[in-house]
Design a protein around this ligand. Structure first.
Ligand SMILES: Nc1ncnc2c1ncn2[C@@H]1O[C@H](COP(=O)(O)OP(=O)(O)OP(=O)(O)O)[C@@H](O)[C@H]1O
Ligand SMILES: O=C(O)c1ccc[n+]([C@@H]2O[C@H](COP(=O)([O-])O)[C@@H](O)[C@H]2O)c1
Length: 208
């Protein structure tokens, strides 16, 4: 069965943390491909000043030469709010026999019960959660705890299955788009944080 990795994000801008997570899921779970899907109009946060197309172009540039990683512009092209449920439904319609394996970081997981049709979302594919510094699993809301207990399996190629949840084994990476934006605004060197540092610097877009 084809296994498609899905990694959505604002990617404002993309950083090495994102790329490492995409590589981890690809390699550990032997996924056929991992699609990085920049959001167009996010339902859950303010629209970033940097356009969806620009964030998409940087994602594309950042993964050149990365086997199996691809940039998918379906949310950038969408009119209206970009809900993950719509993206997974669309992807499943495009590839009816594929298993969708989607990834979020721990900060997203803690808020998942506020996402649009979130329980249905959990039934659409296998969810991977990546640990993140400063986001503990303690204090999880009861509905999320319950879903986690019911669906949790150890992540490996044999356990991948629709409706399951696993923790991805990934390094703890203290990098965020916020940090990249703040450093650029101060005129600092971000070449250790993102492969597209040249494009970011020359765009001047984060130099407020
Ligand atoms: N360092 C990281 N470790 C684990 N997960 C991460 C990391 N950076 C981003 N993610 C996850 O990647 C997804 C997309 O993240 P996003 O594009 O918002 O980047 P971000 O660094 O969280 O941005 P911002 O600082 O603007 O909130 C989210 O599910 C987020 O939890
Ligand atoms: O579908 C939703 O209701 C929903 C709510 C919050 C976030 N998301 C998606 O989660 C991904 C990560 O979001 P963010 O803000 O951490 O970049 C991104 O692809 C968003 O579109 C989706």
């Amino acid at each position: 069965m084809q296994k498609i990795g899905i990694f959505g994000g604002t990617f404002d801008p993309i950083h090495y943390g994102h790329i490492e997570l995409a590589r981890c899921m690809r390699d550990q779970l032997q996924l056929d491909e991992v699609r990085l899907i920049p959001t167009g109009l996010p339902p859950h946060r303010e629209m970033p000043p940097v356009s969806p197309q620009q964030r998409f172009d940087w994602v594309k540039a950042a993964i050149v030469g990365e086997t199996g990683l691809m940039a998918d512009d379906r949310e950038v092209r969408r009119n209206g709010y970009c809900y993950t449920i719509d993206t997974l439904i669309e992807l499943q319609q495009d590839t009816p026999d594929a298993l969708l394996v989607w990834l979020i970081g721990a900060d997203s997981w803690l808020n998942l019960n506020r996402w649009h049709r979130w329980r249905e979302l959990l039934d659409m594919g296998h969810l991977l959660i990546a640990a993140r510094p400063d986001y503990a699993f303690e204090g999880l809301s009861p509905d999320l705890s319950e879903e986690f207990a019911r669906r949790c399996v150890i992540a490996n190629t044999d356990t991948l299955s629709r409706g399951k949840i696993s923790l991805l084994s990934s390094p703890l990476m203290p990098v965020s788009s916020t940090l990249v934006r703040e450093m650029l605004a101060r005129g600092e060197d971000v070449s250790a944080l993102t492969p597209v540092w040249r494009q970011l610097e020359s765009s001047g877009l984060y130099r407020f």
